[in-house]
Design a protein around this ligand. Sequence first.
Ligand SMILES: NC(=O)C1=CN([C@@H]2O[C@H](COP(=O)(O)OP(=O)(O)OC[C@H]3O[C@@H](n4cnc5c(N)ncnc54)[C@H](O)[C@@H]3O)[C@@H](O)[C@H]2O)[C@H](O)CC1
Ligand SMILES: [K+]
Length: 221
Amino acid sequence: MSTLPLSRDQVRRVDQISIEKYGIPGLILMENAGRAAAEVIHTVAPAGSIAILCGKGNNGGDGYVIARHLDIVGRKVKLFSTTGLSDLGGDAKINATIADNLGIEIEVCDRKDSLNAEAILAYSVIVDCLLGTGAVGNPRGRIADWVRIANASEAMRIAIDLPTGLDCDTGQANIPTFVADHTITMVAPKIGFNCGEGSTVVGKVHQVGIGIPCRVVDEAR
Ligand SMILES: NC(=O)C1=CN([C@@H]2O[C@H](COP(=O)(O)OP(=O)(O)OC[C@H]3O[C@@H](n4cnc5c(N)ncnc54)[C@H](O)[C@@H]3O)[C@@H](O)[C@H]2O)[C@H](O)CC1
Ligand SMILES: [K+]
């Protein structure tokens, strides 16, 4: 499996080439990403309740897949979404709907006053599926609030693909940035993990494959 770090644009190009040139549906990539991440979470945090914080993009979409695979192995999981499920799109909406249909707990906090900080702090593990490679600039709004709440908790903190707030090219930790104990990153480490402040917020990095051959990853370099 490729371990050379990729830039934000390179890893997004991997996605694009896989889907458009090789016909691997994004839903398959998300399923592989979420299942692999769930296995790492279950290994590094073998017990305790898990809160998964989901944004409105595909990083959030990974979270709904993660929740389903943790539910399958009997873990106590609750999803917290910054966005109403009807406002999600594409693969994220498909997986949020599946999780909802399966009765996996989802709390939608799409208004400022519905933020339930205490609820999040009650969990042993907090998983950051708020922003991934689609992030631009400082985390805004509820996403920034939830990052601050998570950072103030005693929970084990696990970032999916990259910590929300970290610029995955420069290693700049925007204000706020999710301070992870573990980062489970898809396809390859991101360049920013080893420059700037990257190493101070990623924790232990776990690289997971999502069903894309290395030669395709190398095409994107
Ligand atoms: N091949 C792969 O690596 C795969 C990665 N997957 C996951 O998909 C995300 C990337 O998803 P994308 O929808 O492009 O972006 P995000 O989910 O990161 O967020 C986009 C969303 O957030 C809004 N936003 C952007 N910047 C900010 C900000 N500073 N504050 C608040 N909100 C912000 C923006 O408007 C967008 O709507 C990748 O990281 C992986 O986790 C796939 O699952 C599988 C293949
Ligand atoms: K994230």
